[in-house]
Design a protein around this ligand. Structure first.
Ligand code: GCW
Length: 839
């Protein structure tokens, strides 16, 4: 017993790097292990090593060893002695084992733990593997209940997309370089690919498109086709099928033909050959993903052909092989929209391009539709296109990569956002048409083809996969919601937490609470009332830059002026977008009274003084929400701190760093947005907070010693407190600033706001009466994964906090800094914060 205790203690202390995600199979405490009564052998009804059933046998062995410390043998012959037996329904029958189970649908499974034998029966091999993972998930959560049930997927397509470029970079990837590609070819080491397939399989994802939708035609080179074959081989034992993105112009740019006209005979022949060749290397290729005529990508419209002509070209080539084409609805005219034209609106694009094509697509084309009409925003109404595709199968595109949502540097648990769309009833033809359960399931519309889900994930080589541990709950929940969109987002989170961090109640409660608070908080401190993103729309989509949302040709404007704000998307007076919905929904969005507050500015242009249903004016709600959101984010590091000692130190520290960063960046967001709208509207904050920071000392108000620092403005102006910052006069000479504190003596947190650019790592040290409080470096570029910036802007703005510092009135603070490269040690302010003040 003593030996076990030592081991268990070491187990907790052992560093965990996140590589195994929720499949850690950590040993349960010994008192719990004793309660587990499981059979002593595993039977996997297939001897082929590449079969998912074989994989299931191995995985059960590995999991049970890890979770319960029991070494079970795996055999492949049916026997009567009690065992964990896994196989397809057909294999059970062939082995003469009688099972009484309901009819299963494709990929479905039956799990029974009621008798001496645990039965895991798949409709197909993949389903059986899902059942094995489900059983292991129960064991890992110390759930030894007797269960016997069948479960089937809500939809056949449960895919993920990676936006990996052939050179190994990842578009909108925040966790390092590609696990699939390097130097314009596929990688040779399959380890991470196999591990990713394992994670995906455990959440019942059955397909993956591995290269960017902005596709490079060289994916079709002979060498790369061979590589695709190896990748497919690595993932096949996990039941995950490979798909690839195609570049529409490949016949010309890669094949050397004169055109890429989808109706030209030589183009058709070229694609037929090419697709045949891909299938030689990957006989079970799931299919193709195509982004055409969007954001500079080539497409059929170049030749005056329809998007359906374009999609059907690939569909016909893939059909003999059983392949499908995921054709993206993200098609919009992005260069020519005119803000002066009250009718122009990018949100109209998808339905405008696709609605008249309903029925024109081959039956193996699925239109892949982003959840909202614009682009992965923090709050969007459901895409109305789902209502127009009555004949054409559709799939929803969700984004696990947090492109507009904090890029994994902010904790944002996404299922509550996804649910606003999945649970939305479009009322097509006046009948119940809930997007998840009726439309994506293929029950109500789209009855003829496959339907489902595509999630843009963008994992990278970082051992945490997504750049940070807590972001993995989004991937976990994505797969499970694609299986069953009615699954509860809190229970999914609790399961994930137990699997990822163990069974401690405090751990589960804290992570669940923070995660459930995170999306509302992010919406609050970034942009509310359906205003859409206020990130830098023309740049990295990360930090605040509200003015970038207007005076651009993109057609997703806030239309903010001195008096009013919002996009009028009504039929009566605006862009007409509201009219793209079926009648009942359209008429609700047409009127302010029946539009929910959280989508008000999406659909209506109103004065800042418009009074919301919650009784506040729009502008006061902006101020209040931004303050409330930042206050919630400020609790995250404190909440997380309760987990010290309850989880391993490595993950504890890595998350504490990120959550502390988020709390600081939430204040950057709050101040920038509040300051911007205060400036443009001239309406003061009724609570007197905006522009008043009694606990701050602006850097520009400090004494700049020996000319080492100079005062400058920044762009955008609102990302500097007091509208100014200081930066060093040279790129190499050390500089210092000093100030005398005039606050009552007491214990305070000292926060220094500065800007952390890449291409340099400035060094800083904070002194109180000549004694060092702490030193740091501008090295966020190494620690965080967001799109890097070389500007002093909303992306680089950050802060560091030293907690619990005793100060006396008249104490002298000094900050010494040493610029490095382009990083001119820019400082914004020092905040001297009494307990409970978030500023
Ligand atoms: O939102 C935009 C992204 C692009 C992306 C595009 C798309 C892959 O900013 O990076 O390109 O969406 O979904 O095609």
């Amino acid at each position: 017993m003593r030996g076990f205790w030592i081991l268990a203690t070491l187990g907790l202390a052992a560093a965990e790097d996140g590589l195994h995600g929720w499949l850690r199979y950590a040993r349960l405490p010994c008192d719990i292990v004793k309660q587990a009564h499981i059979p002593s052998a595993i039977i996997a009804l297939n001897t082929t090593e590449t079969s998912p059933i074989f994989t299931a046998g191995q995985e059960l062995q590995r999991g049970i060893k890890g979770i319960l410390g029991k070494a079970l043998t795996v055999t492949h012959e049916a026997s009567d002695s009690p065992s964990v037996i896994v196989g397809t329904a057909a294999a059970f029958n062939e082995s003469g084992i009688t099972i009484e189970i309901p009819e299963l649908e494709e990929d479905g499974f039956w799990l029974s733990t009621t008798g001496d034998t645990v039965e895991i029966v798949g409709q197909n091999e993949r389903g059986a593997l899902y059942g094995a993972f489900e059983y292991l998930s129960m064991l890992a959560q110390a759930n030894f209940n007797e269960v016997a049930y069948a479960t089937n997927p809500s939809a056949a397509i449960r895919w993920v997309n990676q936006w990996d470029n052939m050179d190994g970079t990842i578009e909108r990837g925040y966790a390092g370089l590609s696990i699939f590609f390097k130097d314009n070819t596929t990688v040779s080491n399959m380890t991470r690919i196999t591990e990713y397939a394992r994670l995906l399989s455990s959440i019942r994802v059955n397909g993956i498109v591995i290269n960017n939708v902005n596709a490079n035609p060289i994916i079709l080179s002979d060498e790369n086709m061979k590589g695709l074959g190896r990748i497919a081989d690595a993932m096949r034992p996990w039941g995950v099928k490979l798909g690839i993105s195609l570049n529409f112009a490949s016949p010309q740019t890669f094949g050397g033909l004169a055109s890429f006209d989808p109706l030209a005979e030589e183009v058709i022949a070229w694609w037929t050959d090419t697709v045949d060749k891909v299938y030689e290397h990957v006989p079970d290729l799931a299919g193709f993903l195509v982004k055409a005529n969007s954001e500079g990508q080539p497409g059929p419209i170049t030749y005056n052909r329809t998007l359906a002509d374009g999609a059907n070209l690939f569909a016909k080539a893939a059909k003999p092989h059983g392949g499908i084409v995921m054709f993206r609805a993200f098609v919009y005219d992005y260069q020519n929209l005119d803000e002066a034209n009250w009718k122009d609106d990018r949100a109209n694009a998808a339905a405008d391009y696709f609605r008249d094509l309903d029925g024109a697509f081959d039956d193996n084309v699925i239109v892949q539709v982003k959840y909202g009409p614009i682009d992965f925003q923090v709050r969007e109404p459901a895409s109305p296109l789902f209502a127009h595709l009555k004949e054409t199968p559709s799939a929803i595109e969700l984004q696990i990569a947090q492109e507009y949502l904090g890029q994994q540097c902010h904790l944002v648990y996404l299922p509550p956002l996804w649910k606003t769309v999945l649970d939305f009833d479009l009322r097509v033809d006046g009948e119940k048409s809930v997007i998840g359960t009726d439309i994506l399931s293929g029950k109500r519309l789209n009855k003829k083809g496959l339907t489902g889900y595509a999630g843009v994930v963008n994992v990278g080589l970082n051992t945490t996969w997504l750049g940070t541990h807590l972001a993995m709950s989004n991937l976990y929940a994505y797969g499970r919601l694609a299986w069953d969109p009615t699954d509860n987002e809190v229970s999914l989170l609790e399961d994930w937490t137990r699997l990822t961090f163990g069974l401690d109640d405090t751990v589960r409660e804290v992570i669940t609470r923070m995660s459930m608070e995170s999306w509302p908080a992010y919406e609050n401190y970034t942009g509310n009332l359906g205003i859409q993103t206020l990130t830098d729309i023309t740049g990295p989509h990360y930090g605040p830059n509200p003015q970038s949302m207007d005076n651009n040709p993109w057609g997703q404007w806030t239309r903010a002026d001195a008096d009013s704000i919002g996009m009028d998307r009504t039929v009566g007076n605006g862009t007409g977008f509201a009219g793209q919905y079926p009648e009942e929904v359209a008429s609700a969005f047409e009127e302010i009274e029946t539009t929910p507050d959280d989508l008000l500015l999406w659909f209506h242009h109103v004065p800042y003084t418009h009074v919301l249903k919650n009784g506040k004016t729009v502008i006061q709600h902006f101020y209040d929400a931004h303050y409330a959101g930042a206050e919630t984010a400020a609790t995250f590091p404190q909440q997380w701190a309760q987990l010290q000692g309850l989880i391993d130190q490595q993950r504890y520290e890595e998350m504490l760093f990120r959550l502390t960063y988020q709390a600081g960046h939430a204040i950057v967001w709050r101040d920038s947005i509040a300051q911007f709208y205060h400036n443009i509207s001239g309406i003061p904050d009724a609570a007197g907070r905006v522009g008043h920071h009694p606990w701050r000392i602006e850097a520009e108000a400090m004494t700049l010693l020996n000319g080492g620092y100079r005062v400058t403005e920044v762009t955008p102006f609102e990302v500097a407190s007091g509208l100014h910052v200081i930066q060093t006069t040279s790129n190499s000479t050390p500089a210092s600033v000093t100030t005398t504190l005039r606050f009552p003596a007491g214990v305070y947190d000292l926060a220094v706001a500065y800007y952390d650019l890449y291409e340099g790592q400035a060094q800083y040290e904070l002194f109180l009466n000549n004694a060092s409080v702490g030193a740091w470096k501008g090295d966020n570029e190494d620690k965080l994964g967001f799109t890097l910036t070389r500007g002093i802007d909303g992306h680089s703005a950050t802060r560091i906090t030293f907690k619990g510092v005793q100060i006396g009135e008249g104490d002298v603070v000094r900050i010494d800094s040493r610029p490095d490269g382009r990083e001119t040690a820019p400082l914004d302010y020092l905040a001297v914060l009494p307990a409970g003040v978030v500023d």
